[in-house]
Every structure is written in C-alpha cells, then in structure tokens.
Design a binder for this molecule. Sequence first.
Ligand SMILES: [Zn+2]
Length: 92
Amino acid sequence: MLLIPCPWCGPRDETEFHYGGQAHVAYPADPGALTDEEWARYLFFRDNPEGAFAERWSHAAGCRRWFNAVRDTATNRIHAVYRPGEPRPVTG
Ligand SMILES: [Zn+2]
C-alpha cells in the first residue's frame, strides 16, 4: 500500500488517487505552427527516468484537487508534494 500525502487532506491510501502523468508539460505557445511530428511529440512522448520524477495526481475520492508529486520511480517513495503553481521543491 502506498500512502500519498495530498497537500490539502494529508496522507491517504493510493486507491483514492488517479495518476495524471508527467508534471510541467507546457502547452505549445503556438499550436497552429506545429507539425504533425511536433504534435505527436507533445501528446505522446514523456520522460521515463529511473529515480525522481515530477508527476500530476488527482485526489479523485477526496478533495478532487490536482497536485504535483516528486516520486522515485525505482522505490515508489514520494519525496515531496506541492500545489499547482508552486515551484518544484528541491529534493535530495
Ligand atoms: Zn485531497
């Protein structure tokens, strides 16, 4: 069981959350100027590191808010959570 600390509700079981993919993927500034290949890269290509990874999560069965988490993909340990608009915390 993984406990995920919602920034508003505190630690809750992972079954209350939905995964939202990589955090900090910026929408293209001029989407009409993108080629099909650039669109495909924006829509489908994501980082896949072994180690710390910033992700989006939704507390779907709780406050229903979105937030970001830095999770180690190798150990599943969550190093930090932060609200949208807040900078990614420095994690060791
Ligand atoms: Zn919550």
